[in-house]
Design a protein around this ligand. Structure first.
Ligand code: SAM
Length: 278
């Protein structure tokens, strides 16, 4: 007979919708270790004036702790309608919307007071959500997200490292990323194949922002499409002596590869090249 792991027990009876098998298409690997739940919610440091927005609450592994912490307002967005319906039984007071978090309207969220975001993000949602969320960076105080370990390393990477890429350079224009802690596959049901990690995103104090968000996003994807190639070769058609000079004025050799350039410098370069959105 299998031994029951006390740490793994999700408290309370299962509600309607929670007994359905996990949906792989929605990345449903549910957290079953309450110590990790507590640690994530503690990192959110919820106060009575805060609005908490949870992305993908699932069966409520974080939600119960969030509700207990007593935020001023607690909202959640869950794509699985059955799980969304079952959530209030686990987390009294939650206002849950059965919707795709990738359709969130960041401009509307900006009106919520002291907004803190949290979520154990499914792998296919983490990157697109973070690309979107940076554009709505004025809407929130900070965010605590669990993502695949490899994605966390990319988010928190420094220029000049193998993990540094378009996502890092994009995020670096809007937020600072702190890698908080690693989470093993054993604390999920079903178990994912890879490690996870928890990161904290803090909006940068308002400084120069990209002139065109969609332009910078497309530019970064293009620059990193050949990450080992010198950027002057990737941007051959647009390269001029002026661009070489801008590199030198910012302390870079014109022969640099994209992975060596700071997030800020990509913004400067996109502005100089007058890159606009599609
Ligand atoms: N927070 C729960 C936990 O820690 O056990 C569930 C985490 S599970 C990795 C991801 C959750 O996000 C699932 O409940 C899934 O249904 C939901 N989800 C997947 N895609 C989503 C999307 N695009 N928008 C909102 N929720 C989504």
């Amino acid at each position: 007979m299998a031994r029951r792991d006390k740490r793994s027990a999700v408290p309370g009876p299962r509600g309607p919708g929670e007994s359905a098998p996990p949906k792989r298409s929605l990345g449903q690997n549910f957290l079953v270790d309450q110590n990790i739940s507590r640690k994530i919610v503690a990192a959110l440091d919820i106060g009575p004036q805060d609005t908490v927005l949870e992305i993908g609450p699932g069966r409520g592994a974080l939600s119960e702790w969030i509700a207990k912490a007593g935020p001023g307002r607690y909202l959640a967005v869950e794509k699985d309608a059955d799980l969304a319906m079952a959530l209030p039984a686990r987390a009294p007071g939650v206002g849950v919307a059965a919707m795709d978090a990738l359709r969130l309207d960041w401009a509307r969220l900006a009106s919520l007071p002291r907004l803190k975001m949290v979520g154990n993000l499914p792998y296919n949602v983490a990157s697109p959500l973070v690309w979107d969320l940076c554009a709505g960076v004025d809407a929130f105080e900070y965010a605590i997200f669990m993502v695949q370990h490899e994605v966390a390393l990319r988010m928190a990477a420094r220029p000049g490292t193998g993990e540094y890429g378009a996502l890092t350079a994009w995020m670096g224009n809007f937020v600072t990323v702190d890698y908080l802690f690693k989470v093993p596959p054993t604390v999920f049901r079903p178990r994912p194949k890879v490690d996870s990690a928890v990161v904290r995103l803090d909006p940068l104090p308002s400084g120069p922002r990209p002139e065109s968000l969609s332009g910078l996003a497309a530019f970064l994807k293009r620059c990193f499409s050949h990450r080992r190639k010198q950027l002057r070769h990737t941007l051959k058609a647009q390269w001029t002596d002026d661009i070489s000079q801008i590199f030198e004025m910012n302390g870079y050799l014109p022969s640099c590869r994209p992975e060596e350039l700071s997030p800020d410098f990509f913004r400067i370069l996109a502005k100089t090249l007058k890159i606009h959105g599609p």
